[in-house]
Design a protein around this ligand. Structure first.
Ligand code: CMC
Length: 391
């Protein structure tokens, strides 16, 4: 009920926009659970597709349910041939995140029935299409940026292997599908699958609350994710590490600039609206960084800079007082780079990871009879009523 009283909560620091049964976070204790399961257990024991099922349908799938889900997704990976040509119309210099959101928006034009958001069959088939096609679109965005041929998906391969092949299938041997990388990528995708009402998920819900279809809603979510304060942070971290390396100034000098807030510079990959002791995902990602680089026999000076930055920041009063800790984006870029992805693809990988969470939230909102169109209030601070001037 409207009370006539409007509270100002800039950035939604204290206001819950919805009830949800999907993901639980306790930011003070560094706890993250998907449908009640601890993220550590999920990451150790599951796969991207199994977690997608869990998030979307609420329970872990049986073996046969998972097989059927996997099979359906394999059958929907192909993009309409015209949509492949859509990529030709975009400039090579386009950022893959812009390509991704545009192509997902364009999917609406191929699946007009998806506008019937009250039809469960439509929602179901759109869910499968999104999960199947987003990785293909993502790989095409990558290939497009390199000026390389777009490959067709190979549906005999697993979800993650197929994605890696689409990206690296026609590249040098060191980029070919490797089980260590497949496993590591699957784990990273799991860690990104949902994170309750973050900016992109809230965007998906807000757009969806107008009864816009799921493709339109998720395209909007991808655009929200693009910003460097959200998913774009993983690309920004690598840029920051590279700049520290090139400057030759060392980590402490950079941290001092951050503390002086010189030119608004922030320690990218640090800080979180919700986590105030540690981000449990960051710990798991750091483990993966060590494992993947060791396995590939790569020693990346950027990883050393990241480790040193973390150590210096965690011992510094500026970061301690403000409860700033490494977040999920701090170490992912170093791993994606070792896998062969260019920095401009990092946020695209986050988007593939987050897709099941966006879908689960869109569906939960759509199925809730209490859902109302999202329509925040404002506190007006402009001029009082005035007379139109005589001119
Ligand atoms: N480096 C330096 N100072 C920071 C940082 C940082 N990364 N993050 C916050 N602060 C300072 C900020 O300047 C402010 O200081 P003061 O009280 O002196 O004004 C104080 O900490 C509180 O910051 P805030 O901006 O009010 O915090 P917020 O909850 O609104 O912002 C955040 C959260 C994630 C946007 C922010 O911490 C940030 O910009 N981090 C860097 C970008 C980043 O890594 N984003 C990824 C987030 S995790 C994955 C995801 O959600 O996509």
């Amino acid at each position: 009920k409207q009370t006539g009283y409007t509270a100002l909560d800039q950035g939604f620091v204290n206001t819950a926009s919805t009830r949800s049964e999907i993901t639980y976070i306790d930011g003070d204790r560094g706890i993250l659970r998907y449908r009640g399961y601890a993220i550590e257990d999920v990451a150790a024991n599951s796969t991207y597709l199994e977690v997608a099922w869990l998030l979307i349908y609420g329970e872990l799938p049986s073996k046969s349910q998972l097989e059927e889900f996997d099979e359906k997704i394999r059958r929907h990976t192909l993009l309409h041939e015209d949509l492949r040509r859509f990529f030709d119309a975009l400039p090579h210099s386009a950022h893959p995140m812009s390509v991704l959101s545009s192509a997902v928006s364009a999917l609406s034009t191929y699946y007009e029935d998806s506008h019937d958001v009250r039809d469960p069959e439509q929602v179901e088939i759109s869910t499968i299409r999104l999960l199947a096609k987003l990785p293909v679109i993502a790989a095409y965005a990558h290939k497009k940026s390199l000026g390389q041929a777009l490959l067709y998906p190979d549906n005999s391969m697993s979800f993650v292997d197929n994605f890696l092949k689409l990206n690296f299938g026609n590249m040098a041997e060191e980029y070919q599908v490797n089980p260590v990388l497949s496993k590591a990528l699957d784990r990273l995708l799991i860690l990104h699958e949902d994170h309750e009402q973050n900016a992109s998920t809230s965007t998906v819900r807000l757009v969806g609350s107008t009864e816009a279809n799921i493709f339109a809603s998720i395209s909007a979510g991808i655009n929200a994710l693009y910003g460097p304060l959200h998913g774009g942070a993983n690309e920004a971290v690598l840029k920051m590490l590279g700049e520290i390396q090139e400057s030759g100034d060392g980590v402490q000098k950079f941290v001092d600039r951050v503390k002086r807030k010189e030119d608004g510079v922030r320690l990218m990959g640090f800080g979180h609206r919700v986590y105030k002791s540690f981000d449990p995902r960051a710990r798991l990602v750091k483990e993966s960084a060590d494992e993947v680089l060791a396995d590939l026999g790569i020693s990346d000076p950027l990883l050393d800079i990241a480790r040193e930055l973390e150590e210096v920041a965690l011992a510094d009063d500026y970061f301690i007082e403000r409860k700033l800790y490494p977040n999920v984006d701090f170490y992912t870029g170093v791993i994606y780079k070792a896998m062969g992805f260019p920095p401009r693809m990092f946020t695209v990988l986050f988007a593939i990871g987050r897709l099941p969470g966006w879908i689960a939230n869109w569906r939960e909102m759509n199925e809730d009879p209490k859902t109302k169109i999202g329509r925040p209030q404002q506190l007006y601070t402009g001029p009082a009523a005035r007379d139109w001037p005589q001119r």
